[in-house]
Design a protein around this ligand. Structure first.
Ligand SMILES: *[C@@H]1O[C@H](CO)[C@@H](O)[C@H](O)[C@H]1NC(C)=O
Ligand SMILES: *[C@@H]1O[C@H](CO)[C@@H](O)[C@H](O)[C@H]1NC(C)=O
Length: 447
């Protein structure tokens, strides 16, 4: 019989790599395989050759775009919240040591045909062109309340009992206009649609606090981004796994996932070789008969020669177009990075417009986002299915991740990591907050 592994992981997307890193650290014997010859799967960052090969077949990249190695184009646009869960996982595992981060320079929102900075503090609320004179004071009072809210303290009105009232009631209490609700819910709390209005307000409070505390960390936006693109994240975790004994194989043909008579996972066959393990973790593309489609996302990768108009010429930005503003059910996101993040040739900007498709003509649905970009040099549009596992893996030892959704940051990816971790190990993932490097040095100096 072949060598036994504890876990086989199929696909090198971020979810899979975080899990193989965490499990390797805990001493599990991990074999990690990918059919692609690059890391990252659906969440890879591609160089020019790979980008054109994926979207244009035989067509070669124009000379004007410059050198292959200058380009790292993300397939899935997402930014990291400076105080978010992914940053906690990165520091917990020390993977931060292999990466360098840069902040995203702006956070904007669309209202009544214009884009403006997202006001996140009371002071900004008072100067924001987004809201009218009287609304400014109401917004200021609302933000003040959010900042000072303590779950254990008594509240001044039953309307503000956040765990037990829907968010719509809190908006009503402060008298916030619908347009203001749009940017609070979609640009601060980063909800994709309006379902949150009827859910407990405490969830919205948590999300606004994540935004404002992340914002307070670096100042210009709550977001950070790894130099050389998001594809660096899975590679960082792959390195962690390798350091702890994990085995990685790229460009490996996966011919069959093998099960016993009772349908339990046995191993993976590649050619005439089968490797065995107790469990398998993988992305939906390896388990097409065990996943179901839950929707479609459209993304347009756009190469620009200029910053996005009306964003103060920043080198990077996120713009949220709240669904109500364009009469949709889901928000449209625009994420832009540039040469200062080592993801494209100098003088270029990379903007990705994305949303959840609601019609048979998704290209038309992202038009409000594309219209914000000005002239577009090259455009690569793709629509992909969002898939989710049909079962939780307890019966067959097959643990499948969800496809990356349309949200603009990594919260849902981290939720999936934690969820799979718990199903595989039977235990909650506990992230210890590690001391920062400065604190470590201080402790050493005092020792
Ligand atoms: C770009 O990708 C191609 C195909 O995977 C690879 O052969 C090439 O080495 C890459 N170029 C650079 C500069 O990394
Ligand atoms: C991270 O680094 C700290 C300090 O050097 C070390 O104690 C810890 O074991 C490391 N964690 C991992 C997961 O490698």
């Amino acid at each position: 019989m072949d060598e036994q592994y504890d876990v086989i992981v199929l696909g090198t997307g971020l979810t899979e790599c975080v899990l193989s890193g965490l499990l390797s650290v805990e001493g599990k014997k991990v074999l990690h395989m990918d059919q692609n010859d690059y890391y990252g799967g659906a969440s890879a960052s591609l160089n020019l050759t790979q980008l054109f090969r994926k979207f244009r077949g035989e067509e070669k990249a124009p000379e004007a775009l410059g050198r292959d190695r200058d380009w790292n184009v993300d397939l899935i646009p997402k930014f990291m919240m400076a105080n978010g869960e992914l940053v906690k996982i990165l520091t917990h595992t020390n993977v931060t040591r292999y990466l360098e981060f840069k902040q995203i320079s702006g956070s904007f929102v669309y209202r009544d045909g214009k884009v403006s900075k997202v006001p996140s503090t009371e002071k900004e609320a008072l100067t924001s062109p987004l809201v009218g004179l009287f609304e400014k004071r109401r917004l200021k009072k609302f933000l003040e309340f959010i900042r000072n809210y303590k779950p254990e303290a008594p509240v001044e009105s039953p309307d503000l009992d956040l765990p037990n009232v829907p968010m719509s009631q809190v908006y009503k209490y402060f008298g916030l206009e619908e347009g203001t609700q749009d940017f609070v819910g979609h640009a601060l709390a980063l909800y994709l649609n309006d379902d949150y209005l009827e859910q407990p307000a405490i969830q919205t409070h948590k999300r606004i606090m994540l935004y404002t505390t992340s914002m307070a960390r670096y100042g210009k936006s709550p977001y950070i981004y790894p130099l050389y693109g998001l594809g660096e994240l899975p590679q960082g975790f792959a390195r962690l796994s390798a350091i702890h004994g994990g085995t990685y194989m790229l460009d490996k043909k996966i011919d069959e996932v093998v099960y016993d008579e009772s349908g339990k996972f046995v191993g993976v066959r590649s050619g005439d070789e089968t490797v065995h393990a107790k469990v398998v973790i993988g992305d939906p593309s390896y388990f097409t008969n065990k996943v179901k489609k839950v929707g479609r996302v459209i993304r347009a990768i756009c190469l620009l020669r200029h910053p996005i108009p009306n964003t103060d010429d920043v080198d990077s930005v996120q713009i949220v177009i709240p669904q109500n503003q364009v009469k949709r059910k889901h928000d449209i996101y625009v994420a832009c990075v540039s040469a200062s993040h080592n993801v494209c040739a100098s003088d270029y900007f990379l903007a990705i417009v994305s949303t959840i498709a609601e019609t048979d003509n998704p290209q038309e649905e992202i038009r409000p986002g594309l219209e914000l970009l000005g002239e577009i040099e090259e455009q690569f549009v793709y629509v992909s299915d969002m898939q989710t596992p049909v079962e939780d893996g307890t019966k067959d030892n097959v643990f499948i991740s969800k496809t990356y959704d349309a949200t603009s940051h990594f919260a849902s990816v981290c939720d999936d990591v934690k969820d799979i971790y718990k199903r595989v190990t039977g235990e909650d993932l506990v992230l210890k907050q590690r001391p920062t490097q400065e604190e470590e040095q201080e402790a050493m100096a005092n020792a």
